[in-house]
Design a protein around this ligand. Sequence first.
Ligand SMILES: [Zn+2]
Length: 628
Amino acid sequence: MNPSDIDGYERPQTRPLKIYAIDPMLGRAAGRELSLAIENERLAPGPQGERLEVVDYDGAHKRFYPPLNLDSPDVLMRGGMEPSESDPRFHQQMVYAVAMRTLENFDRALGRRLNLSRGKGAPRLRLFPHAFYGANAFYDRKLHAVVFGYFRADPENPGRNIPNQTIFTCLSHDIIAHEVTHAIVDRLRPFFLEPSNEDVLAFHEGFSDIVALFQKFSFRDLVSEQLQQSHTDIRSRSLLVELATQFGYATGAGKPLRTAIDNPDPRAYQTQFEPHTRGSILVSAVFDAFFGTYERRTRDLIRIATGGTGRLPDGDLLPDLVDRVATEAAKTAQQLLSMCIRAFDYLPPVDITFGDYLRALVTADYELSPNDEWGTRAALIEAFRVRGVYASQVASLAEESLLWEDASPDFPPIEDIDSTVLLREFVTAATRVSRERPRRAESSLSGRKSKYDDESDASETPVDSVDSNTTNTVSATTSNRKIFQELQRYAVTYRRQLSLQDGLPIQVAGFHTSFRVAPSGQLLIEFVVEFVQTQRSDEDSLGGLPLRGGTTVVAAANGTVRYVIAKPLPHPGLDPAAQAAATARIERQKRYVQLCDATDLSEAYGLGGNPRERMLRRMNLRSLHEGF
Ligand SMILES: [Zn+2]
């Protein structure tokens, strides 16, 4: 029993947990160890909560380490375990805290509580901080787990590590956030692990880096310290824009694993196909827009501080100035991160390209704040352009043409769904959101809360528990099943309008409601449905991957369809332009298989296994992650 149940104390909304903000080898200076305020959920030893579970099995030594009990008074009184490289219980705390923070960022941006359950057998995402010996960490869909390796630093060239020092990937904020993001993306868009074109896996990698990097910008002390050092120049190569520094040095690379800064080169997008390298084009584009927005937001501060010259004096800057500038940097980072996550609701369900992502980014942000006060959208479009990334089927790079086209006003509304069922969905989601939203801002102001408020948690259905995907169908409640049936019926009736192919089964691959508050204070309620069609093929030119088509429908609360984002399979029901685009898409998939075949030596020598399944093997993040 929790002490608060006995004594009637209000249960705190958050729980302080310490982490290494940057990799432990980089010293103990201010801001490098910090305390995160994490949602105070009920925890069993592990920690094991509602959505995450830390399992500390050491695969190399074949044994379990004792699980951390975060509710032990001895731990609570210290505000969590103290950072320590040698105590596995701190490692457990670190992976839990950073994974929770990552989840919270998605919850907030998507306006719903993400559900990571894969049914009864795997209700939580599992985190294995010491899974194996090796310089790697990855998300494994079959295990429904993120596994972290540990290894010895390079004996010759260990950078700032000690030669042969043990390096734990589970102590790197960047690696944890990156891997957990892979797991979340797989939950949101399960078909994005299928390498159907050269951008798909690169998107998985780039997006995971984007989340990890932006998350660091919410660590205020670290941001202040770095901005003081760089004289507010956010583009300088600082700890903030470097990813997995310790890992990079320890593996003998002599530099951080990756960075958010590049020299934009339009040829890179035409010539770089390794997923991490290609993904970093996306990372740099987004960060370019971030830096530009930050500079516009802080220009007035710098002018005020320098009497209008804009030239900062030598030596240390006034702490007041650094503090204000750091606040702007953190706000801008949060804005961009939310924007990058929100775009998910506007993505096609299959076969993503960077161009699609740009369109989704622009549309999602336009929906929420049409006037682009700080020029962020314009900066994004420009940053993609200088890197040679364009959206297909778009006439110009003007914002209006990048927005997904509005559905026509007479598009059949999704009104067949029993409104009471939908209402229940909304109410459940609203309860979640209203519980979450005001937490940080108002918790100190709100009156005493009845303890029953918390007890109601257990009975709530997670909002997107109706999500399902190819590998696992989540056990749906009666109301969810009903929604699925209605949506299925809708899709069959209007398959022509939805660009879905006649005679091929339609899968409702996801359905959820989302609640967002626009900067204007207006509440934006939407529901998003993803329909997917699959055509299996033995054709050798596809390497075992099926052909998929699909459509994302974004609708307003009253059922009016706002956007229909389609990637159809080629079929005679399409208009000629859509048919040509669909055929071109399949041709591109085949060309990509050829490209992989030409560069994959293990397959060339027949070392991989059945060549008919070679593309399926390439969707394995473990092999992809030679150095995460
Ligand atoms: Zn990765």
